[in-house]
Design a protein. Structure first.
Length: 218
């Protein structure tokens, strides 16, 4: 869906959510533990600044905004008494893969599903499942389920704070329910300056975000 913020701020935001579950498969070993999210590395006001369009070789141009996105999500979970979600490298890889394709192809927009790449076969659910599986998530586990949420905004709404606020307080497409899901065990995220919706391609302070959630069980 797409929403327009009052004309004075010249902002358009777009986001959607998809969830899927994968049946039980034979288990080889217990899933490996994921690293905690270290919110002390965010830097000042990182949640209120759009990420760079050039992440750089090591991702420093977007690292603070990606961390801020995850920290804001965990702030909401902590507020509700839920467990904070640790950073998972495989889910992060899946999120980054989709983010990069989205910014390159720019197919998001009104009437489009941001989770369903038009150049890739399969439904949105099937594509999300392949992204997560190909990234190696829960490879040694018995069963897993996954969720993906996405957002882009510009003209002041390209920040982590704007993204998480949209998911929690504006969207009616299940974003808040995913973020508040007590059964989740892991999270990965990716952010980058620019818009995956062509309408925001040349707009200032644009940011695009993909967050992938998972539950991995032995």
């Amino acid at each position: 869906m797409r929403i327009r913020i009052p004309r004075a701020t010249a902002v358009v935001s777009f986001a959607a959510a998809v969830a899927l579950s994968v049946p039980l498969v034979p288990a080889a070993a217990a899933p490996t533990a994921a690293a905690p999210v270290d919110c002390t590395q965010m830097g000042p006001e990182a949640d209120d600044i759009a990420p760079s369009a050039n992440p750089g070789r090591f991702g420093f141009g977007t690292m603070f905004q990606t961390l801020a996105t995850m920290c804001l999500i965990n702030d909401e979970r902590r507020r509700l008494g839920l467990s904070e979600l640790p950073l998972n490298s495989e889910l992060t890889s899946a999120a980054r893969t989709h983010l990069n394709a989205s910014l390159t192809q720019k197919w998001w927009g009104k009437g489009k599903n941001p989770h369903q790449n038009p150049k890739v076969s399969g439904s949105a659910d099937e594509q999300i499942g392949r992204r997560i599986k190909d990234a190696g998530y829960c490879a040694n586990g018995g069963s897993w389920s996954g969720h993906e949420i996405a957002y882009n905004g510009w003209g002041g709404a390209g920040t982590p704070k704007a993204a998480v606020n949209w998911w929690l307080n504006i969207s009616t497409q299940g974003h808040a329910e995913i973020i508040r899901d007590p059964t989740l065990t892991d999270m990965g995220a990716a952010s980058r300056g620019g818009a995956a919706d062509p309408a925001g391609a040349n707009q200032s302070q644009a940011g695009t975000y993909v967050v992938t959630f998972g539950k991995c069980e032995p």
